[in-house]
Design a binder for this molecule. Structure first.
Ligand code: NAG
Ligand code: NAG
Length: 558
């Protein structure tokens, strides 16, 4: 009897004690109520799904404020992802009404207040992507719950327009483009205005993203429109300087799209495109091609941010002064190019098929097309300089992956980090290399034994999947996931990945334009996993030697 009484009292007390929750939250457009998820006796997360941060956008126009609602919005269901082509490019799915965000707020014993805020921007080549529920089968890759709970930060994920609806541009004021970037900016501004009643600190906002999301993060801090809204930014495997991230000839693409949907290409083009059916316009995007050594797939990604004279008043490399007071942490996976290069040269990824050196030459020729024969020769000389007279197939295939990694990701990412450090005032700069071996590599697995961190491999670790689906991972992966969440959330809290509530395995030195230091992250890292001058010879090749060669006449600018 006595025991039962104690049990009841304990149960009641636990019920009350674990109920820290925001309840109904007032936003500028109306009230919202989320759902409280209990994770432990004194741990819970309030989850808000599908809060609108802008009205349903007009076709090819900037987003506008939401008109607001009466009563309490039940923020318990994800919204639709933005209208986009399907994986097979045979249909379009999603909705034009897609400017919504999700929020995860962690609580301890008491309801949280003044927490750092991290806003996630998804990748997908500016063509596809979403953070509204399961990405693949039942796996919701971008759930903010683990980062929020383990890191003690608020996580927000936002929708932004992609494909033609997000990035079509006529290259003039009739259709300036960058609609997807304006959406992201509207979400950032909404968070800045509304996050306090959710328990967030509007002066401690970090944006983070991967691939096209990493490039988006970079564009957001380069734009003068986010001044004062953001303190920090994390770009994973993508920056504004990536060759696929910035479109130099958007007019040509717009005219191709116009012809496909039956619009004229004269000065009535923009008006006609704006009144086209949204699905038809989405399907009219230039198709994503499989790629070959002569036509690498990434060069076919043609719908991306542009110089519009407004969101981006100049070329990205000339805008780093706008990020001088923003802390910037960025980096690359050591084999980020593997996914792409093994599509452009299929033999690279096959265990029993030889890769001819000739294919590497063709790939380099495509990447250095502007410089003609001389460019390809200089580049091949650098990439084969350590080969000796009889390079093994492993050496040749690894070199092919290095070429892809350098051109598509590493060189532009390091350049962006360097420019940030050069223009920085109060902003700090941090650089990383992720070198965790691919889970698909090894005997009996599809990839070669030597394949390291492939494109997008970082996502599962940053979002804590080794903790939520432990059977798919080993202890080293849980370590790695813990390290990344510690570095990322320390950075969000203090602007320094080493300082904060979480212990880190190695002191991550600041990057300055004299020391060029980076941390080498993996599940086996130690306190000495720090490097300097990442791929120096290849940086020199792509940023000094190749640009100094005369352009070969007649090559068409991208
Ligand atoms: C951000 O959060 C940290 C930790 O809560 C706090 O010390 C700091 O003052 C906050 N504000 C800024 C602008 O960094
Ligand atoms: C990074 O660390 C791994 C061990 O985890 C090591 O094999 C690799 O050589 C290191 N890379 C660099 C560039 O320091």
């Amino acid at each position: 009897m006595e025991t039962l009484k104690v049990c009841v009292i304990v149960a009641l007390w636990l019920g009350v004690a674990s109920a820290a929750s925001l309840g109904v939250v007032q936003t500028e457009a109306g009230k919202v109520r989320g759902r409280n998820v209990r994770l432990g006796i004194f741990r819970s997360v309030d989850v808000f799904k599908g809060i609108p941060f802008a009205a349903k956008p007009e076709m090819l126009e900037k987003p506008k404020a939401h008109p607001g609602w009466e009563g309490i919005l039940k923020a318990t269901k994800f919204a639709s992802r933005c209208l986009q082509i399907s994986m097979l490019q045979t249909s379009a799915f999603g909705s034009e009404d897609c400017l919504y965000l999700n929020i995860w707020v962690p609580h301890g014993k008491d309801v949280s207040s003044n927490l750092p805020v991290m806003i996630w921007l998804y990748g997908g080549g500016f063509m596809v992507g979403g953070s509204m529920g399961a990405n693949f089968l039942n796996n919701y890759l971008y759930s903010g719950q683990e980062i929020a709970d383990r890191g003690g930060v608020i996580v927000v994920s936002v929708g932004y327009r992609v494909g033609t609806l997000g990035f079509l541009s006529a290259g003039d004021s009739s259709l300036p483009g960058n609609y997807g970037l304006w959406d992201q900016h509207a979400a950032i501004a909404w968070v800045h205005r509304n996050i306090r009643p959710f328990g967030g600190d509007p002066d401690n906002i970090t944006i983070f993203g991967e691939s096209a999301g990493g490039a988006s993060v970079n564009f957001q801090i380069l734009s003068p429109h986010n001044k004062g809204l953001l303190r920090r930014a994390i770009s994973q495997s993508g920056v504004a300087l990536c060759p696929w991230a910035f479109s130099k000839n958007p007019r040509k693409v717009a005219e191709q799209v116009a012809l496909k949907v039956g619009c004229p290409t004269d000065n009535t083009m923009a008006a006609c495109l704006k009144s086209t059916d949204a699905k038809a316009l989405t399907m009219a995007a230039p198709p994503i091609q499989p790629g070959s050594p002569d036509h690498p797939g990434v060069l076919g990604l043609l719908l991306s941010p542009v110089l519009d004279g407004d969101f981006l008043p100049d070329k990205p490399e000339n805008l780093f002064h706008n990020a001088a007071d923003v802390d910037f942490l960025a980096g690359v996976n050591n084999m980020d190019g593997h996914l792409f290069t093994s599509k452009d040269i299929p033999s690279v990824g096959k265990k029993n098929v030889e890769t001819p050196v000739e294919d590497l030459k063709r790939l380099l020729a495509a990447y250095t097309k502007e410089k003609g024969q001389a460019g390809a020769e200089v580049a091949l000389a650098e990439y084969s300089s350590s080969w000796g007279s009889a390079p093994s197939q492993e050496t040749i295939k690894r070199t092919a992956v290095d070429i892809g990694t350098d051109y598509i990701f590493l060189v532009p990412i390091e350049t962006s980090i360097y420019l940030h450090a050069t223009y920085a005032r109060s902003g700090r700069t941090f650089s990383y290399l992720l070198s965790e071996p691919s889970l698909m590599a090894g005997p009996g697995k599809p990839y070669h034994d030597w394949v390291g961190a492939d494109h997008a491999d970082d996502l599962q670790y940053v979002f804590g999947k080794p903790f939520t689906t432990p059977k798919a991972y080993g202890d080293r992966h849980r370590k790695l996931s813990g390290y990344l969440i510690a570095y990322w959330t320390n950075f969000a809290r203090t602007g320094d990945p080493n300082e904060g509530d979480h212990r880190v395995p190695a002191v991550w030195p600041k990057f300055t334009s004299g020391t060029n230091r980076f941390v080498n992250i993996s599940g086996q890292m130690t306190e000495s996993s720090v490097g300097q001058d990442m791929r120096l010879g290849f940086m020199r090749l792509w940023t000094r030697i190749l640009p100094s060669l005369p352009s070969a006449g007649g090559s068409e600018a991208q």
